[in-house]
Design a protein around this ligand. Structure first.
Ligand code: MIC
Length: 655
């Protein structure tokens, strides 16, 4: 029998179709699902559209953690809708105030050896506990809740061997930033990062969560850790040791690639604006004045991270020009800090203490001043994501963030500690985690008679017709490399409240890149029947929000031609019936100009299967050679006008 690494063991034990050959489509059975409020409303509307009676997975949990500011009635109404849908379908419900889905899931529900699919790109966080946890678009999660296997491309497994011990003042965030420094935001695509080696014993489950969470920023399908003694210790601390099982690679298992990280050689790192892949040493940017520090996010959930911040600022005062924001990741972090007295310590130092949740990480408040530096312990800093279009967001560890808050400039924590004579030993006893016993969580049985509670802002999913064989449409946007979903459809508070209202949210499509885009798209839809977008490498990186495909589709987007795509963004285009073409020759990108009219001919099943759709610039009669790597199933989905139509017709037709 073939010796297997952990990732392959997890996939093999859930494999429904296909073979474990990298790049080939496989499908796996999903044991658990995770949805959050910003993506969950669409998931529930999709389940309604598909006519689901009850959830068919072992466990489905709906979290409320993103849309927490009630500046009008919309978010509160969305949350009431989610609770009613959870009661209808028999889905667990975690109320607002409990905190961020990812650490909550790891603490309360993640099980080594199981699979998890989530409508949030940071779902891989549960890989910290030896799960195969994948983030994807809401419609894929809806299908999993309906009991369907999840199709995706078999990734290559990339082994990361950890050796050595982390130096003082260097933590898990620095390790994952080192990974990002080496890999960048594109080269993790089509890969799973599997961590192994003696250095693992240095990392608590919360540390592993930080690393698995931000593996997403490398474009990875997911990250996986073994289930070992530390996993058992953690599960015991949560009163859940009964679900523990050991999970390790076979002794002679191999990886497609391996890399080594000697923890002892790491030093504090920081991601500069405006990409998590833009990593340099803290030393290289030290001294730059800052105006905001935010500590806490799904990429910094453990109590140790708040403990460190509290101990560093103890008895000192943050200067008035710095907004020092503390975002507790979970309700239990608040309880912990209040129990240790560190809540008072932080507040006395000038901290602004917020409710548990994602908050400024997705621009739900906490938008920084234009052009001024905001230092955050969060997972990503794509342009404008903070809610300020010309933001300057840096990502760093809590050590760097807290030391910088006090000095008012980017600061190397070790130098700071030396100046103030703060010994690192004072931090060694930081608790690794809090117990998860206090979660206010509903676990309803399915009740098909339960009525959906829909506020006025919740609009039905738009219906789309089949794709035509020919189009003549203008290029309404020509984007560069690494365009994130935050740039396609902003995450800020003003926009997030329309997540369950596609007609309204579509007004924000590409707004950051071209404030006139919406008007142009509406005109183009009337005059040409749609539009096309051109992009560089890694189009639609970042979040899983399917709105970044659904809203453009609503505005008539027929196709995107890009140099390459991010995994989830590509999948979402397909799910909503948008053709994801790639340039055969990247130089053709330069031939296309904004507003060129492109003719697309032969969009039929047979031409698509043979990769023979013809695209040319009408007036100039220049051919643009494109290709795609759609499977036959995906071609059918697109031609039907998206996965909902396809599912109704082909999958659930006889149910
Ligand atoms: C993010 O971190 O980008 C988000 C906001 O959590 C998204 C989900 C969303 O857009 O609702 C994600 O990671 O998928």
């Amino acid at each position: 029998m073939e010796s297997l690494n952990i990732s392959k063991k997890l996939i093999q034990s859930h494999l429904v179709t296909g073979e474990m050959i990298s790049g080939k489509e496989i499908s796996i059975q999903i044991d658990q699902t995770l949805t959050q409020d910003a993506t969950g409303t669409l998931v529930m509307l999709e389940l309604e559209a598909l006519g689901l009676e009850k959830a068919k997975v072992e466990l489905a949990v709906q979290y409320v953690d993103h849309n927490l500011l009630e500046t009008d009635s919309k978010n509160a109404e969305d949350h009431a809708f989610l609770l009613s849908a959870a009661e209808r379908f028999g889905i667990g419900f975690s109320r607002a105030g409990n905190g961020i889905s990812h650490p909550l899931h790891v603490m309360h529900f993640a099980v080594p050896g199981k699979t998890l699919l989530g409508s949030d790109s940071h779902t891989p966080s549960s890989g910290a506990l030896g799960m195969l946890a994948i983030g994807t678009g809401g419609l894929d999660v809806a299908m999993a809740i309906a009991g369907e296997p999840y199709p995706f491309e078999m990734p290559e497994i990339y082994g990361v061997e950890l050796t050595g011990k982390l130096p003082d003042w260097v933590s898990a965030k620095d390790l994952v930033l080192e990974m990002l420094r080496r890999i960048g935001v594109r080269n993790g695509r089509g890969r799973i990062f599997e961590y192994f080696g003696p250095g693992l014993k240095e990392l608590s489950i919360m540390d592993r969560l930080v690393i698995a969470n931000m593996g997403t920023e490398m474009g990875a399908t997911t990250s996986v850790f073994p289930s070992d003694e530390e996993t058992l210790r953690f599960l015991k601390s949560q009163g859940r040791e009964a679900v523990w099982q050991e999970l390790k690679a076979d002794p002679d298992a191999s990886y497609e690639f391996t890399m080594q990280v000697d923890l002892a050689t790491l030093e504090p790192l920081i991601a500069c604006p405006s990409s998590p892949g833009n990593v340099v040493k803290v030393r290289d940017v030290a001294g730059k004045p800052i105006h905001q520090v935010v500590i806490g996010s799904s990429a910094n959930p453990g109590p140790r991270d708040y403990f460190i911040a509290a101990e560093l600022v103890k008895g000192k005062k943050v200067p008035a020009q710095v907004s020092f924001d503390i975002n507790p990741a979970t309700r239990s972090v608040i309880e912990y800090l209040s129990g240790t007295g560190q809540l008072t310590t932080l507040i006395q130092a000038g901290a602004r203490f917020h409710q548990a949740g994602c908050l400024g990480c997705i621009g739900m408040g906490q938008a920084p001043a234009s052009g001024k530096i905001s230092l955050r312990t969060m997972p990503r800093n794509f342009p404008g994501r903070s809610g300020t279009y010309d933001d300057r967001v840096y990502l760093c560890s809590p050590e760097t963030a807290a030391a910088s808050a006090l000095t008012g400039a980017i600061t190397y924590a070790r130098d700071f500690a030396k100046t103030y004579d703060i010994p690192f030993t004072a931090f060694k006893n930081a608790d690794k985690e809090t117990s998860g016993s206090n979660l206010l969580f509903e676990s309803p049985a399915a009740n098909p008679a339960k009525k959906f509670e829909k506020g006025k802002n919740i609009k039905p999913l738009p219906e789309f017709g089949k794709i035509k064989a020919t189009y003549e449409v203008p290029v309404l946007l020509k984007a560069g490399d690494d365009i994130s979903t935050d740039e396609i459809l902003s995450a800020k508070a003003e926009v997030l409240k329309f997540r369950s209202n596609i007609p309204e949210i579509s007004k924000w499509v590409f707004n950051q890149m071209d404030p006139e885009f919406y008007n142009k798209a509406i005109t183009s839809q009337k005059e040409h029947g749609g539009h096309i977008v051109i992009a560089g490498k890694n189009y639609a990186q970042g979040s899983s929000r399917e709105h970044a495909a659904l809203a453009p589709k609503y505005l008539g987007q027929i196709a995107v031609i890009a140099k390459s795509y991010a995994r989830i963004g590509w999948q979402n285009l397909i799910n909503f019936g948008i053709l994801p073409f790639e340039f055969r020759d990247e130089h053709d990108y330069d031939k296309i100009k904004l507003n060129d009219i492109l003719t697309l001919e032969g969009i039929t099943e047979s031409a698509l299967v043979k990769n023979q759709v013809r695209i040319y610039i009408k007036k100039k009669n220049i051919e643009i050679r494109t290709k795609h790597h759609l499977t036959w199933r995906q071609i059918k989905i697109i031609l039907e006008g998206g996965k909902i139509n396809y599912t109704r017709k082909w999958l659930f037709a006889n149910h």
